[in-house]
Write a protein that binds this ligand. Sequence first.
Ligand code: AKB
Length: 337
Amino acid sequence: MLLRIYNVFMATTIKVIFMPNVLVIGAVGQIGTELTMELRRRYGGQKVVAATRKTPFPKELEQSGPCIFFDVADKEAMKKVITEHKIDTIYQLASLLSATGEKDPDLAFQINLIGLKNTLDVARECGVKRIFWPSSIAAFGPTTPRDNTPQRTVLEPTTMYGVTKVAGELLCQYYSKKYGMDIRSVRYPGLISYKAEPGGGTTDYSVAIFYEAIKHKKYTCFVGPETVLPMMYMPDAIRGTIALMEAPREKLTVHTSYNLAAISFSAKELAAEVARLMPGFTCDYKPDHRQAIADSWPKSIDDSQARQDWGWKHEYGLTRMSEDMIKNLTPILQNKK
Ligand code: AKB
């Protein structure tokens, strides 16, 4: 009983002390959709503005708080939203992922890097207190140690997406040091979720396999069976992101981007787990251009700095994640039929 009263008291106190006015840019993407909903649950629907360039808002976003269209290239439009909604916290998620970025490197550069710089400039001008920007394991490259990749290591990516992530990390650090801005970032691994599908990433097979297993009981994987990449279930990613944003500033020692890890598995191990849960499922392999990108990324990540500085801890392993995916995705796909 005493513990319950304490928990309610702490939750209320945290809410009163830390009740930001938030803008999520890129709110309709794979991370944005779930992050926006979680932030609205936490701080209230009206306190969290969802923004996107042109993709229509899903119903749950449209009905739970303000939704706005603007392009990260348009600094004036961004300024207007920040001023009108008294925004003090921005999550800047607008990004083209690794595979799409290779199809249109110029657009990837514009959205990922110029979009970030525009956001930092407008945020600085408007006195925004805190900014989140996602980096990725794509910041690493073939010259990076692939096992247990350290926090500080070689960053020589071979994709435009990776180039924008490295440059973006340095830009965040530069603005933190030069202008004293509070900018926080993590290097996400591949993210797996059942709510919004990823688009144009190299790690997308780890989500597509569940969709195809439920729909057709078979999947053709675009990377080979021995390909191992770091992955994370979306609930962990959302919890970790918000925990980083609510951590006391003085605890943070990394101003580029924190390594963040959960599970590493091969495509073959994932397929075996899916087959265990869905007897009869089969997977074959036809590696395409994305294989080279996957081969240039780490297999596992050392995230001890994040664990030490702000208490990061993942909850989902391969089995728990796969069970939860199938349990939640099955009714969604059946209702779509
Ligand atoms: C991608 O595959 O491009 C992304 C990432 C690892 O950043 N999921």
